[in-house]
Design a protein around this ligand. Structure first.
Ligand code: CTP
Length: 404
């Protein structure tokens, strides 16, 4: 973050007060922060607050030229290493999507060629509105990165999705963005497929079996591979996170669907990481209509799902294959058994009985195994850092072994 020039765009949402803390944290982290506020934002927080926190003049009016030698909206737009919009209101997203430049901030957003990171915050219905979602989709396609709002109590009284992400988390996101630009392109030119989430095995149209997988580890791997220069395809089952940007996302609900999507793309891949929690069994039949409660008991017969990773191991030619194992005991022996049985190049094992590891957590504790045994035991790390380390090991081996 040191030495980076960041434009912090503050729009007129109640969460504008949180932008003050964000401004302070970005400045403390070493960035030069230029705050640009919309007229409405100034009704919620005074520009003087941001000026004191950033030690820079705050811009609101396009025609308020502070330096006669330059045209300030173009000058700022050109100098920025990144533009962070927090809070990004539905109105600002709509203006961005349609190229409207009617105030200082929207004009800078049109003029800049630097990366834009937008943290939306608004009422739950405004966020879910098809217009807002369509605008976000347009912006996503143009490369805008979204720091998704959280779910919680909103200022309007509703509980739902629309809360501005906490300033600390936004700072982490901005840091990760700059780090990703500097990440060595260890997987440049490689095609990488990653599976994520828990499969859904349907019993009838409204009921299903699934598991607690959130998809966080798979998403972290997809982001890390993307930042290392790979062309990433993410096969996602049931997940509880927003999809990473700039990766191809394919939805696959059940193990059978995932198998079809994975196998049909396998030949063209250089690296495959099987991070999804695939159900080992599925109901033998999926009822076409909702099952009615007729008896005192209901017996469901489960049949075995195909083991996708094992099939990939069987068909392996030039691909580098990484499997995952979630264990609660005898980590090493179970991990080595899976590595051999499924013909993986690496197997990442995590002990899900530990507090800081496993389903839904932001951290993980993994050991990476190869055919000789444990190759690298990682400490408690964020899932994104864990993903970086796993892919670094894979990339080194792929490049050294001439594989892929
Ligand atoms: N896996 C798969 N297809 C399945 C089951 C698992 O591709 N039907 C993959 C997972 O994506 C993961 C690895 O196999 O990469 C390990 O999954 P896990 O459930 O831990 O192992 P299992 O082989 O199912 O063994 P067990 O349930 O006996 O622990």
């Amino acid at each position: 973050m040191k030495g980076k020039t960041i434009i912090l765009g503050v729009c007129g949402g109640i969460a504008a007060y949180k932008a003050a803390a964000l401004c302070s944290k970005l400045t403390q982290a070493g960035a030069k922060v230029h705050v640009v506020m919309t007229e409405s934002a100034t009704k919620l927080v005074a520009p003087a607050t941001f000026q004191a926190l950033s030690h820079e003049a705050v811009r609101v009016d396009t025609f308020d030229e502070l330096d006669p030698k330059v045209i300030s909206h173009i000058d700022l737009a050109d100098r920025a290493d990144a533009v962070v919009i927090a809070p990004a209101t539905a109105n600002m997203l709509a203006k961005m999507a349609h190229g409207i430049a009617d105030d200082m901030l929207s004009t800078i957003l049109l003029a800049t060629t630097s990366p834009i990171l937008a943290a939306p915050a608004m009422n739950v219905h405004m966020y879910a509105h098809p217009a807002t979602q369509a605008n976000m989709e347009i912006l996503r396609e143009r490369g805008v990165q979204f720091i998704e709002p959280g779910v919680g109590q909103l200022a309007c009284g509703y509980v739902g999705k629309g809360r501005l992400e906490e300033p600390e988390a936004i700072v982490e996101y901005v840091k990760a963005h700059f780090a990703s630009l500097e990440a060595p392109k260890l997987l440049a030119g490689k095609k990488v497929m990653i599976t994520a989430g828990g499969t859904v095995e349907r019993l009838d149209p409204v009921r299903y079996f699934t598991n607690d997988s959130s998809g966080k580890m798979g998403f972290a791997l997809a982001e890390a591979a993307r930042d290392m220069g790979a062309d990433v395809t993410l096969i996602a089952a049931r997940v509880s996170e927003a999809f990473p940007s700039d990766v191809t996302v394919i939805r696959a609900e059940s193990a059978l669907e995932m198998e079809a999507e994975v196998l049909s793309r396998y030949n063209e891949m250089d690296l495959v990481v099987k991070a999804a929690a695939v159900a080992d069994y599925r109901p033998s039949e999926t009822a076409a209509q909702k099952i009615k409660k007729t008896g005192e008991t209901l017996n469901v017969t489960l049949v075995k799902n195909p083991d996708i990773l094992e099939e990939l191991g069987r068909r392996k030619e030039h691909q580098f294959l990484i499997g995952f194992a979630a264990e609660t005991e005898q980590l090493e022996s179970y991990a080595m058994d899976k590595l051999v049985r499924k013909n993986c190049d690496l197997l990442v094992a995590n002990d899900v009985s530990q507090d800081q590891a496993g389903f839904g957590k932001d951290t993980n504790i993994v050991t990476i195994f190869d055919k000789n045994g444990p190759a690298l035991a990682l400490p408690v790390l964020g899932k994104r850092e864990t993903a970086n380390r796993i892919l670094q090991v894979a990339a080194e081996r792929m490049n050294a072994g001439g594989k892929a």
